[in-house]
Design a protein. Structure first.
Length: 402
């Protein structure tokens, strides 16, 4: 048996490569990722992995050429090769299978089916993986602390979640939950980064409390989507004077970048009124997706690639914090307002291999009995889908593993 990784992944899209690696890890298989096809044949010949996953369109050498070259070499022709491509054309699939591909998947991946293909090719899951549901396959790398999880206008605090990475604190949204975070900030802290998904009241009404996190030499980053009213710049100008010299203000759009050397961040524009972002946070191979304002359900007659983009964005997440503003019953009367219900949140996440879903931003008007009913219905929906995804109804004070 090779001493190298079980699977080699060649994909010039780093997010796609990381999702495939996450699915492989769930099944107990090690992997190594490459962004360029030019090294593929030599790496496969040298490392002799148990399987290879190829994108079709890559710089250096395309996936179909790699497939043919590998199958032409006596020492590598028996290695199973899976194609994972965004190209939807049947001709590409037929050519790949004819050239010797074991399986062909369209992107965004159906993570459950992709996992089945891996285990069919490489054997049963590792014993530790087979014994536990997907949500608990591996120990968490970090935790998300919920400070506020309700809509605006109620007695419960509105949207705010924090994640601590050593002496660095990531804060997601600045609803009134930020008031409570500022009362008991973690210590010690060198840096605080606040990411705003958008500028509706439930996500910024606690913004003024950010300055209460100040301490000597502490640095701040404030980031949010660009909008015509320059809301982010106005908030910073009106509120952050005491820390202005140590604060960077950055506008974001759909992109991927390094927040810190060991923390990668991606942003996706969501289906919600005004410029609104979701964030994907990656650390030590674990993924948190924060998507508090989003309507994933699309009218089938409306041509859009958004469901595919969303699926790709959340695929393989260890924790997805997602909008569930309305109950399933109330959603019908509130459709096309830019919010979700438990049913649509589950349908957007369970097929994508999400390990844990936290329902978030629930309408402030719902009573405790309403919330209990909402949670019971969501669990019944999840059980009927035969998904192993864990489910939580997010609430202030809750700590969620990632």
């Amino acid at each position: 048996m090779s001493a190298g990784p079980d699977i080699l992944i060649f994909d010039d899209d780093p997010i796609s490569g990381e999702l495939i690696a996450a699915v492989a890890q769930e099944a107990g298989f090690s992997s190594e990722k490459f962004l360029n096809g030019s090294v593929a044949v030599e790496k496969i010949r040298t490392l002799k992995p148990r399987a290879v996953v190829l994108d079709l369109m890559m710089p250096g050498m395309d996936g179909l050429s790699i497939l043919r070259a590998v199958k032409a070499l006596p020492e590598t022709k028996a290695i199973p090769i899976i194609i994972a491509s965004g190209k939807p054309f049947i001709e590409d699939k037929e050519q790949a299978l004819k050239a010797g591909a074991s399986s062909y998947f369209h992107k965004p991946l159906d993570c459950a089916k992709f996992l089945q293909a891996l285990t069919a090719i490489l054997g049963a899951r590792a014993p530790w993986a087979a014994a536990a549901p997907a949500a608990s396959l591996r120990p968490p790398a970090f935790e998300a602390k919920v400070w506020g999880a309700r809509g605006v206008g109620g007695v419960e605090p509105s949207c705010c979640v924090s994640v601590q990475f050593g002496e660095r604190l990531l804060v997601l949204d600045a609803g009134t939950g930020l008031d409570f975070l500022a009362m008991s900030p973690p210590a010690p802290l060198r840096e605080v980064s606040l990411l705003l998904t958008h500028y509706h009241p439930g996500h910024i009404e606690g913004f003024k409390s950010l300055v209460r996190l100040d301490a000597p030499d502490r640095k701040f980053l404030i980031a949010g989507p660009a909008d015509p009213q320059s809301t982010l710049q106005r908030l910073a100008r009106e509120t952050l004077t005491p820390v202005a010299a140590r604060t960077r203000v950055v506008t974001l759009t759909e992109a991927r970048f390094q927040l810190w050397p060991d923390v990668a961040l991606s942003a996706l524009l969501t289906r919600h009124p005004d410029a609104t972002l979701a964030f994907r946070v990656e650390h030590n191979g674990h993924v948190l997706v924060y998507c508090p304002a989003n309507e994933p359900e699309i009218d089938e007659e409306t041509p859009t690639d958004y469901p595919e983009k969303l699926g790709r964005f959340v695929c393989g997440a260890d924790l997805l914090i997602h909008d569930a503003r309305f109950s399933d019953e109330d959603y019908a009367a509130n459709k096309d307002r830019g919010h979700a219900c438990p049913r649509t949140a589950i349908e957007a996440s369970a097929p994508e291999g999400v390990r844990r879903l936290a329902l978030f931003h629930v309408d402030a008007r719902y009573t405790p009995s309403d919330l209990q009913k909402l949670q019971e219905q969501a669990k019944a929906k999840l059980q009927a889908s035969f998904s192993s995804m864990a489910l939580d109804l997010a609430a202030a004070g809750m700590t969620l593993p990632v």
